[in-house]
Design a protein around this ligand. Structure first.
Ligand code: HAM
Length: 436
């Protein structure tokens, strides 16, 4: 059969592959994250990547960057249903909690990890497919859970060996407080309309709070002098905010109150926070979240308070690398070299037998001379090569060759004795390492 050479297909822009060395790094990160979440009593939930488009419109808000221009939305060609690749996890998590009545009996502490999709301009730290670890506590009122979530962040940065991640905090108050502030803000910006940029003019009557979040340097002075939401908060909102701060102060956790922190999603009320670093260039927010007491009701559930945050995995991994954290590439214990039909059959049996004993085996696949297979064994980083030719196969034996310990010689053993010999030698090698 003739084969034509075709142009190779590339991955979608802004949706990078995560290759093995990188993916190993990710798995170590995920291990740390899972044990950290367990320590705080969070349980996993896995939502679909595709959700009905109205879910995100209703949860995130029609007049947000995400809903206006960043969603990968399409019509299901089979039934005409509008669908969207999830741009974030909170909406889907809350939908699932309502759909399955998870908070009817007791509050839920949940987490998820996985890809999210936003059609943004790709750059360092900003992708079109990126990954979040999201943490949501549903059914919990009071400032204590907000504060605990913030303390959780601080602990994770320490567990990951990260420094220089600063906490910014704000309170968005309640909807009626925001409405009073909003009216004043519109009046203020209207009085200075000639200073607004295109985005600002567009948002003036739809989402004026977002103007405060503008990155445009020309607007900074105007925004700095604008009416501040905090001045419109009532007693209960202020008490909640103070409650959060009290816990942070008791824990000795430094923070900055940033009155311009408004977040890019509409579901927040009261506490909002972001963890920010200056070590990643423009995309410095590694984790962000806050309280969203209105969302469960807004999505059709019995109203319930809630709070959560999500971190950007790519950004955190970049920070860990920047700090010099380099997990050792895991090497197998054994590289299994084999040649000949009988040898290959014994090799499979031997490999499975060793794995039964907890020994990691990389079984050579794809044939080749003993010499070329031994080269691969050396390159694999394995502690031992186990070598089986037809001679060995005939007697049920194998050669055990240490690859890292120059002094130790090769020896022939019954395959059933391999595991014990390997374990003994691995223990000896570990003890020698400890004594050094
Ligand atoms: P968010 O601020 O939109 O919040 O995203 C959270 C984090 O995801 C960001 O701080 C950032 O680290 C990362 N991130 C966002 N977009 C990108 C991107 N294009 N490329 C790389 N990383 C990105 C939420 O998504 C909320 N659901 C958080 C939350 C959970 N609030 C309450 N519960």
């Amino acid at each position: 059969m003739s084969q034509t050479h075709q142009a190779a297909i590339q991955s979608v822009k802004g949706m990078p592959d995560i290759l093995p060395a990188e993916a190993e790094f990710w798995e170590l990160f995920e291990d740390t994250v899972r044990s950290w979440l367990k320590a705080y009593g969070y349980r996993p939930i896995r939502m679909p990547i595709v959700e009905p488009t109205p879910l995100f419109k209703r949860a995130i808000g029609e007049v947000t960057d995400i809903v206006e221009k960043e969603m990968y939305s399409f019509i299901d060609s089979l039934n005409g249903e509008p669908l969207t690749l999830r741009p974030e996890g909170t909406a889907g998590c809350v939908r699932a909690v309502i759909q399955h009545s998870l908070i009817a009996q007791q509050p839920q502490r949940l987490y998820y990890m996985g890809p999210m999709f936003r059609h943004e301009r790709p750059q360092k730290g900003r992708y079109r497919q990126f990954h979040q670890v999201g943490v949501e506590a549903l059914g919990c009122a009071g400032p204590d859970i907000d504060a605990e979530m913030i303390l959780m962040g601080a602990r994770l940065w320490a567990d990951l060996g990260l420094e220089g991640i600063e906490l910014q905090l704000n309170s968005l108050g309640q909807p009626d407080e925001r409405a009073r502030h909003r009216a004043e803000l519109i009046a203020y910006f209207e009085a200075h309309a000639e200073l607004l940029d295109e985005d600002g003019k567009r948002r003036l009557h739809t989402n004026p709070l977002r103007i405060l979040d503008s990155k445009n340097p020309a607007l900074q002075e105007l925004c700095a002098a604008a009416p501040k939401l905090i001045d419109y908060l009532g007693e209960a909102s202020l008490a909640h905010f103070e409650g959060v701060q009290r816990v942070l102060k008791d824990a000795g956790l430094p923070y900055t109150i940033n009155p311009r922190l408004v977040r890019g999603l509409d579901y927040y009320n009261l506490t909002v926070f972001e963890w920010v670093t200056d070590r990643l260039g423009a995309q410095g927010t590694v984790c962000a979240g806050g309280r969203y007491d209105g969302l469960v009701g807004q999505l059709g559930g019995k109203p319930a308070p809630a709070c959560g945050f999500a971190m950007g995995v790519e950004r955190l991994i970049a920070l860990i690398k920047d700090a010099g954290g380099e997990p050792a590439a895991p090497a197998p214990d054994v590289y299994l070299v084999h040649q000949g039909e009988a040898a290959t059959r014994l090799a499979f049996r031997t490999a499975e037998g060793l794995r039964d004993q907890g020994i990691d085996v990389l079984l050579h696949c794809g044939g080749g001379s003993f010499k070329s297979q031994m080269k691969k064994a050396d390159g694999s980083g394995a502690a031992f090569a186990v070598i089986i030719g037809d001679d060995e196969a005939a007697t049920g034996e194998a050669q055990l060759k240490p690859l890292r310990d120059e002094g130790a010689g090769q020896r022939k053993l019954k395959v059933d004795d391999l595991a014990a010999a390997i374990v003994d030698q691995l223990i000896d090698a570990n003890q020698a390492d400890d004594e050094e």
